[in-house]
Ligand binder design. Structure first.
Ligand code: NI
Length: 219
């Protein structure tokens, strides 16, 4: 992968999000997809822990997995742990932040076919300045408006800390962002965003790593 174009940096600074294509390519992409499938199958087989976040739909008793937290600590997620430790996402994050960066947390987001719920409008956190903490979402599947893509309010990362996400979303234009498997969507942790439900037959899985400037205090 080449260094991100100046355009990507400008988009990230001005709008709070951007997409960089083909950050992870074959054969690693297929291996990550296989690892993700195995983790989902583990849950389907009855594995439960406080890191496997799930919900139950009204009228159904079948739990729906939506997030695997602390992904690097799962024994079955060795490839994801590798990406958390070093590699292409670190290089991209450091290019975008312009300074040495540290990976703070990694999770797998799973939008199961037919049943995945929307994620409501929110900001990941606002206790950091714009441009100092970013989430990188590596897509393992193509993601579009039909299977739970991300949606952003452009420029909302620059709003005051107390801005209400639902109000911002109602008052401003919203942009849905598609991505292909292997692409990385980047967003400032302060941006107002959401994701759609997945009423389609296609899974939508992503690995999300938050990067912060090295030396920024752990909170
Ligand atoms: Ni979020």
């Amino acid at each position: 992968m080449n260094a991100p174009a100046a355009e990507t940096l400008e988009l990230l600074r001005a709008y709070g999000f951007a997409v960089v294509p083909d950050v992870v390519t074959e054969p690693l992409l297929t291996r990550l997809r296989e690892e993700a499938a195995a983790l989902v199958a583990l849950f389907g087989g009855g594995h439960r822990s406080e890191d496997f976040w799930h919900f139950t739909r009204e009228g159904s008793s079948t739990p729906v997995l939506y997030r695997i937290h602390n992904l690097e600590q799962q024994p079955e997620a060795r490839l994801a742990a590798g990406l958390f430790a070093a590699g292409p996402l670190h290089r991209l994050a450091e290019d975008l932040l312009g300074r040495p960066a540290r990976a703070r947390v990694i999770a797998m987001i799973v939008k199961m076919p037919w049943v995945a719920a929307a994620v409501p409008w929110h900001r990941d956190r606002t206790n950091v300045a714009p441009g100092t903490a970013i989430n990188l979402s590596l897509f393992l599947d193509d993601s579009d408006g039909d299977n739970g893509c991300l949606e952003f309010v452009p420029g909302s990362h620059l709003l005051p800390d107390g801005a209400d996400a639902e109000h911002v979303r109602a008052d401003d234009s919203v942009q849905a962002v598609s991505a292909k498997a292997g692409d990385v969507a980047i967003h400032d942790v302060r941006i107002v965003h959401a994701s759609r439900p997945n009423p389609s037959a296609r899974p939508r899985r992503s690995l999300v790593i938050e990067f912060v400037l090295a030396g920024m205090e752990a909170e």
